[in-house]
Ligand binder design. Structure first.
Ligand code: GDP
Length: 445
């Protein structure tokens, strides 16, 4: 699902790694790549334009967070914009205050409506609701029977016109079903309506008539994610012809691109409320824009890490360090220690590392990571004199021996720390030259 988009975006972010600051050219190049990624994933052009425009503006703008490096910032912005085009906050079903909640499904034939009706019924049952399925698709010869079979599978009764009553009037059936639900104490009514292979006026009118007759609490537009750009046109046609409150995406398991489906919420202004990704009754759930966005970004828990970094980040301290660094080009062991302590605030090292994408394969090493490492570094630095911390070049052989004794470590530990410090300082100075705020060593990017 959305594999093309995920891969493309991952490549884009990779190109940003290690950059201290984003130049105008970097932002343009990144925006171009994101644009291509979205277009390749079949996202509708107006949505792409808006998306890329917003990312560009925000990447340039003031709001960029001091706590994050440029790659992280772009990931964060892209993530938030993705959540936005997917409809923002998770939109839950609205239940009627009194009497049965009426949910009406509309969509093209083959969109997966009938299957979805049963999945939704099953899902509602799990929420302790008592749904009634209604077969108001009297167009497709086998639709009633299919709903009955599915209803039986999930143990939900189906209200259908009596066999032998001719073709039947779907509007009358739908209307009667609500009365039936009241009588039999079902608290949710799910009305499956007729679809056609293409949009047609008569079908729209029938759906609109059912809507008027039953006054649904929710009208859901069901759309097959595999139909590509047609999803957008169909969504607009149904919006005009019937109107709906939310969108249900089906067959998300089938399309590696799926971008058209991503465009529907943005173009119609109606949130995606449910998603279905398989033929099993359980392959169905509420749609969470935020979870879907992080899945598309395939960032493991990177986003959680970004959030935590922002929370733990002590802006004042970092600004002071940045100021010092840019004015004097200095980065001392005290600054190094402070940065280590900031990382500490994020949680244990193995937890931090475990949140990074692609780290799953290093699980074993992570589990074996010695959390006392940071304590050791701290002890070593604290065994140094202020002059040594300020100017680590002073730390010669005999001083190293003294420091190792003072901190209860080996000389090799002190050597290693000093080497690492010089490396970090080089990086900091490069960043200072680029004008960026120093990030935290060891952070992804
Ligand atoms: P309707 O005409 O809109 O009522 O569509 P159906 O419910 O009959 O579904 C059409 C076809 O799509 C059937 O073969 C379903 O098994 C299949 N289908 C429905 N939902 C999904 C889904 O989420 N994933 C996949 N792979 N197939 C689905």
């Amino acid at each position: 699902m959305f594999a093309t988009l995920s891969d493309r975006l991952a490549d884009t972010f990779k190109n940003l790694r290690g950059k201290g600051r984003l130049s105008e050219a970097d932002i343009d190049a990144t925006a171009r790549e994101i644009r291509i990624a979205l277009l390749e994933a079949d996202v509708a052009l107006p949505v792409v334009k808006e998306f890329v425009g917003a990312v560009k503006e925000r990447a340039r703008g003031e709001e960029v967070s001091q706590a994050l490096n440029p790659a992280q910032q772009i990931v964060k912005i892209v993530n938030e914009e993705l959540v936005e085009i997917l409809g923002g906050e998770t939109r839950r079903l609205r239940y009627a205050k009194s009497g049965p909640t009426v949910i009406m499904l509309a969509g093209l034939q083959g969109s997966g409506k009938t299957t979805l009706a049963a999945k939704l019924a099953f899902w509602l049952k799990e929420q302790d609701k008592s749904p009634l399925l209604v077969a108001a698709d009297l167009q497709r010869p086998n639709a009633v029977n299919q709903l009955q079979v599915n209803g039986e599978r999930v143990g939900v009764p189906v209200f259908a016109p009596e066999p032998g009553n001719g073709v039947g009037d779907p509007v009358a059936v739908a209307k009667a079903s609500v009365e039936e639900a009241k009588r039999t104490l079902h608290d949710v009514v799910i009305i499956d309506t007729a679809g056609r292979l293409g949009i047609d006026a008569e079908m729209m009118k029938q759906a609109a008539d059912i809507r008027d007759a039953t006054q649904p609490d929710e009208v859901l537009f069901v759309v097959d994610a595999m139909i590509g750009q047609d999803a957008v046109n169909t969504a607009l046609a149904f919006q005009e012809g019937v109107g709906y409150d939310g969108v249900v995406l089906t067959k998300l398991d089938g399309d590696a691109r799926g971008g058209a489906a991503l465009s529907v919420a943005s173009i119609t202004g109606k949130p995606v409320m449910f998603a279905s990704a398989g033929e099993k009754m359980t392959d169905f759930d509420l749609f969470h824009p935020d979870r879907m966005a992080s899945r598309i970004l395939d960032m493991g828990d990177m986003l959680t890490l970004i959030e935590q970094a922002e929370k733990a980040f002590d802006q004042e301290q970092a600004l002071k360090a940045a100021e010092k660094l840019t004015s004097t080009g200095d980065f001392t062991l005290d600054d190094f220690l402070q940065q280590m302590q900031q990382i500490r605030k994020l949680g244990s090292m193995s937890k931090i590392m475990g949140m990074l994408p692609g780290m799953g394969q290093f699980r074993e090493q992570l589990d074996n990571f010695d959390e006392r490492e940071i304590d050791r570094i701290q002890a070593i630095i604290q065994s140094m004199t202020p002059a040594e911390r300020e100017n680590p070049k002073l730390i010669d052989g005999s001083r190293r021996l003294r420091i190792s004794k003072g901190s209860g470590t080996q000389v090799s530990d002190v050597n290693q720390l000093v080497d690492r410090f010089f490396e970090a300082r080089k990086m900091m100075q490069q960043m200072a030259k680029g004008g960026g705020v120093p990030g935290m060593p060891g952070m992804p990017g």
